[in-house]
Ligand binder design. Sequence first.
Ligand code: GDP
Length: 529
Amino acid sequence: MANADFLNEINKRRTFAIISHPDAGKTTITEKVLLFGNALQTAGTVKGKKSGQHAKSDWMEMEKERGISVTTSVMQFPYNDHLVNLLDTPGHEDFSEDTYRTLTAVDSCLMVIDAAKGVEDRTRKLMEVTRLRDTPILTFMNKLDRDIRDPLEVMDEVESELDILCAPITWPIGCGKSFKGVYHLYRDETILYQSGHGHTIQEVRILKGLDNPELEDAIGSDLAETLRDELELVRGASNDFDKELFLDGQLTPVFFGTALGNFGVDHMLDGMVEWAPAPQGRETDESPVESTDTKFSGFVFKIQANMDPKHRDRIAFCRIVSGKYEKGMKMRHSRLGKDVRISDALTFLAGDRALLEEAYAGDIIGLHNHGTIRIGDTFTSGDNYRFSGIPNFAPELFKRIRLRDPLKQKQLLKGLIQLSEEGAVQVFRPLANNDLIVGAVGVLQFDVVVARLKAEYNVDALYEHINVNTARWVYCKDEKKLDEFRRKGEQNLALDGGDNLTYIAPTRVNLQLSQERFPDIEFKNTREN
Ligand code: GDP
């Protein structure tokens, strides 16, 4: 039976990720969120492109060079009696696979929009992914210290392009040089903005009530009048906040502010801890697991190497779905049917690694991976079910990889297989020859792989063109038919990093012909462990 303390631990947790188009302000918001969580002394240490100081969440050399965030990191911080887990996602499109999988590990998302630009490409794509699980979405309209578009128009764009209703929670007063703050529609308060205080938590001046005579003094009588008129219009034209629709992923509460000026982020956080769901259960290949189940369970959504040059190991990120992690506990690695004792799981308190004593549903723990953990793996307290819905995607780009020094073939294969288990890239070994084919979803992955092979496996590799257009995982319940297919199709078959049979097609037409010729064979473009 779950007792009250246990339920309280779950109810106080919120696990979310930020989705946005590059440059909308995700990194800046992350800094401010950590500032409110007292996780950073002064904001600005997450990423300083200009100062040359680098993010706690940007580990790899390549990220530093390119100023992009390639890896996913996890940050936990307290906020208003709650415990918040923020899962960072790579912003660059080439790492979308990682992003998709990270979104399976959260219970809500914050959508950040550059209010001068409105809805952009990457946001559109990421919203599609959140729709797969109807993840609740909060929205932050950023960069109000600049001249933005008409806020009603931007909200309209969100509604029509992303197919989600907008409910403004705060409303901006002016923008750019005349940005004065926001009015909170539900607290009936005007919260005044002061520029130049972005690196600290601001002492804000709050005026209660829209008819407060001090409002004229504070923002000027013209703006005060405009605000009152606008609010009348906004209240008439937009949706009221509705928690049920929000939890269903059909309506998003909208907050306005400036991440750089550290204004408005706390209003969003208040909304997050008040409305966003506590850790949710997940589907398995048997029956669903509820977050309030007392038996431990979790799934791996990400494997990452070299997060810290001082610890050159690989960490599997496991989202706890139910129960409690305790130091030294026994877990079952469900795919292998093996019990393991875990006494050194890590937590990621704002990027610093610390040995963890206990963790609950919604938390992410880092398990040391000695080559036995793959993306999608399930850990339980003795059961054999597996969580579903953590996909691998069929790559769309392929290259043959070759060694400069042929003596290191074994090292190369080991490196590629480990990198494929991390989800950094996919590797295919044709049945008919000794080629090694690397498959990626985005082109940047190829560079990362060669750089990491050199740094971590001391292998000097290069790419050659190969005539492969697409890949499909192959399944058939009928062993005989699968054998026949294996014989007849050998020229196009390969094993991936996890020894799964894959069809490697030189052209789309070739794939289509094979599908017609072998109707009993399933050709799948995603694979779950
Ligand atoms: P990301 O790519 O989404 O992580 O975006 P960043 O947080 O790195 O922000 C991109 C750029 O926009 C940086 O130069 C930030 O300083 C700037 N920026 C972020 N938030 C604001 C804001 O509220 N106002 C202004 N004027 N600039 C901002």
